[in-house]
Design a protein around this ligand. Structure first.
Ligand code: NAD
Length: 259
């Protein structure tokens, strides 16, 4: 017999009460309630842009691809700028404030965990951040706003004013090496987690999708909160098919409830 969402979220709340090292792993689904569509649901951005075209090697090799990539990222940038944190992001902050949150490991590039109020050091960004731009050669970092003005001024192939290297949004394209420090940190935090919540991720994008498995192998209780089924549902202790904001509010309520 299956359990309903209320029973499942109160079970997760009880785990959180009983443990201290809670690690939360988030994907695009945690931000859809903020108005940022995920990429894979119907109508997502991959129906309009071809992900294969944006492989990192293609970005390096072709000026035409770089121009198109900046258009694609202009669309993402403005969607992100309009978005505000939703109850799921705020619940992560609330868990931090009561001393339960070890960290958030996110695949998102939208800065919404930080905008919600999580300290920067509590957020491990596996796929970078769209509000920054990096030079691929000298690694100089730029604020996105200034670079966006250059894009809109007609520059299609942006170059570093320090070394003339290629500029790229500070996010990880398909085929681009993952950030080493962040991946190591994510692995060790997950392995040491007592409770691990994977929220709003299809768990099909690798190597990020290994992260919940590190937690499981390390002995954590694993909850998956996602609208659609994921390939790891059978490994989870609890699967909640509910909106992230709704489920996280219910969990938070349960955590605050006195026994
Ligand atoms: P994904 O698009 O592959 O999957 C998102 C999942 O979230 C889907 O399975 C969907 O069923 C679920 N979902 C959608 N709305 C939900 C909600 N309200 N509550 C609960 N679940 C919901 O996302 P992914 O696994 O994060 O991988 C996609 C890649 O695209 C990531 O690398 C990420 O960096 C990037 N991305 C980021 C953003 C962002 O920063 N907000 C947005 C789109 C894509």
């Amino acid at each position: 017999m299956g359990f309903d969402v209320e029973e499942k979220t109160s079970l997760i709340a009880q785990w959180i009460k009983d443990h201290d090292r809670i690690v939360i792993f988030t994907g695009a689904g945690v931000s859809t309630e903020s108005g940022i569509p995920d990429f894979r649901s119907p109508g997502g951005i991959w129906e309009r842009f071809d992900p294969n075209e944006f492989l990192f090697d293609n970005f390096l090799a072709s000026e035409k691809v770089r121009e198109k990539y900046w258009q694609f990222h202009t669309e993402i940038y403005y969607t992100i700028l309009k978005a505000k944190p939703n109850p799921a992001h705020l619940a992560c902050v609330a868990l931090d404030q009561i001393g339960k949150l070890d960290c958030v490991i996110t695949q998102n590039i939208d800065n919404l965990h930080q905008n919600a109020g999580l300290p920067r050091e509590k957020v491990i960004e596996l796929h970078g951040n769209a509000l920054r731009v990096t030079c691929l050669t000298c690694k100089k970092e730029y604020d996105r706003k200034a670079i966006q003005q250059r894009v809109e001024g007609g520059e299609g192939d942006l170059r570093c004013d320090n070394c003339k290297g290629l500029l790229k949004p500070a996010t990880i394209a398909f085929g681009q090496p993952m950030p080493f420090k962040e991946m190591k940190e994510a692995e060790s935090r997950s392995t040491n987690a007592e409770v691990f919540l994977a929220i709003g991720s299809s768990l099909v994008v690798y190597p990020a999708a290994y992260v919940p498995l590190y937690a499981k192998q390390g002995g954590a209780k694993l909850a998956i909160i996602n609208l659609a089924p994921t390939p790891y549902d059978h490994q989870a202790d609890v699967v909640v098919q509910e909106k992230a904001g709704v489920a996280m509010e219910m969990i938070l309520e349960g955590v605050k409830k006195r026994v």
